[in-house]
Design a protein around this ligand. Structure first.
Ligand SMILES: [Mg+2]
Length: 345
């Protein structure tokens, strides 16, 4: 099997701010695996928070290339991915790109979309939320109105005045489902108060109230919380989940964190065994990056797969969102093609 890759840059439609910083774009890596005339595609969406950049992804791919070139049977996914994990450790987005490309190849080889290979029904996928980043309250209200077609909004908090921001958003969307993501910004006491404030504004649940280094405090917060708690930064891979049992209500899985669709499936089943709700999220990603998560969406309760919708332009076409509804293609594999006008650059 041959491997090649190409770094490229995407830009956001608006500056995208969360509790720990702002982004106007991201450097991503498009990975291609070729075998018997079929190409499988994947995308690495590295996150500095997890110690990755486009450069570390490329270094990881160089390290991995000799092992990929040895692959004679791409259907041997468990063996290949075991070696991938051993060679790359927690380079989640680099592993995700290769894992996604392997699954895309298998789907194309047998002529079936991944959702069908996994035995899923696209009609079971939940609606996806659309994210409103931290900004001045009036700007957040304006973005809320501009997101009129989206039935569910995820509001980033963990700012200097969370209530003014949430109040502005609620005023602009009196009837919508709102979810809040504090991105690890609160102390346990602030979390209890922040979650109570969110409850007053009719928020559905709160994501990642505490830093992942404070997992032991989650039970304290949950015992006093007026809303369910979903963790994101606190659960990277499946083995993180059992120790959260009893102190959270759900987990947010991101393929760029965990290492790809195969580990995401393990996370979904582990979370279910612990009685937890499951959400699928994303980084700033193109439709290629989102695709493997979109194919898994029929298995989860909540989706936040708006990464490509936050971009100024998307160089790929594939699974996409229509007013929050996840539209899964019948094309084989991930079902992703290049956009006619979208040269990764
Ligand atoms: Mg989050």
């Amino acid at each position: 099997m041959k491997i090649s890759w190409e770094p490229f840059r995407v830009r956001t439609a608006h500056p995208f701010r969360i509790s720990r910083g702002v982004k106007t774009g991201d450097d991503l890596v498009w990975v291609r695996l070729e075998h018997e005339g079929i190409e499988g595609w994947g995308e690495a969406d590295p996150s500095g928070y997890y110690g990755e950049t486009a450069d570390t992804v490329e270094a990881a791919l160089r390290k991995l290339a000799p092992r990929i070139e040895e692959v004679e049977d791409p259907f041997a996914l468990e063996n290949v991915e075991r070696d991938l994990a051993a060679l790359l450790g927690r380079n989640g987005s680099a592993r995700c790109a290769v894992s996604s490309a392997l699954h895309d190849w298998v789907g194309k080889r047998v002529g079936l979309p991944l959702w069908k290979l996994w035995g899923l029904d696209p009609a079971d996928a939940p609606l996806s939320s659309f994210t409103i980043g931290i900004d001045e309250p009036d700007v957040m209200a304006e973005r809320t109105r501009a997101a009129g077609a989206w039935p569910i909004l995820k509001i980033k908090l963990g700012s200097d005045d969370d209530e003014a921001r949430l109040s502005a958003v609620r005023g602009a969307a009196p009837d919508k489902i709102l979810r809040v993501d504090a991105n690890a910004a609160w102390t346990p006491r602030e979390a209890v108060e922040g979650i109570a404030m969110c409850a007053e504004y009719g928020v559905e649940f709160v994501e990642q109230p505490l830093p992942p280094t404070d997992n032991d405090e989650l039970a304290f917060v949950r015992a006093r919380a007026a809303l369910p708690i979903v963790v994101d930064e606190s659960s990277i891979v499946a083995t993180d989940i059992p120790r959260l049992d009893g102190s959270v209500d759900g987990i947010n899985i991101k393929l760029a964190k965990c290492g790809g669709p195969r580990e995401a499936l393990r996370m979904i089943h582990t979370a279910r065994a612990c009685g937890l709700k499951v959400m699928l999220g994303c980084m700033l990603e193109t439709s290629l990056g989102i695709a493997p998560a979109a194919h898994l969406a029929p298995l989860v309760d909540y989706a936040d797969l708006d990464g490509a919708a936050l971009l100024r332009s998307d160089p790929f076409r594939g699974p996409h969102l229509k007013a929050g509804r996840i539209v899964l293609p019948d094309a084989p594999g991930l079902g992703v093609t290049r956009a006619a006008d979208g040269e990764p650059a």
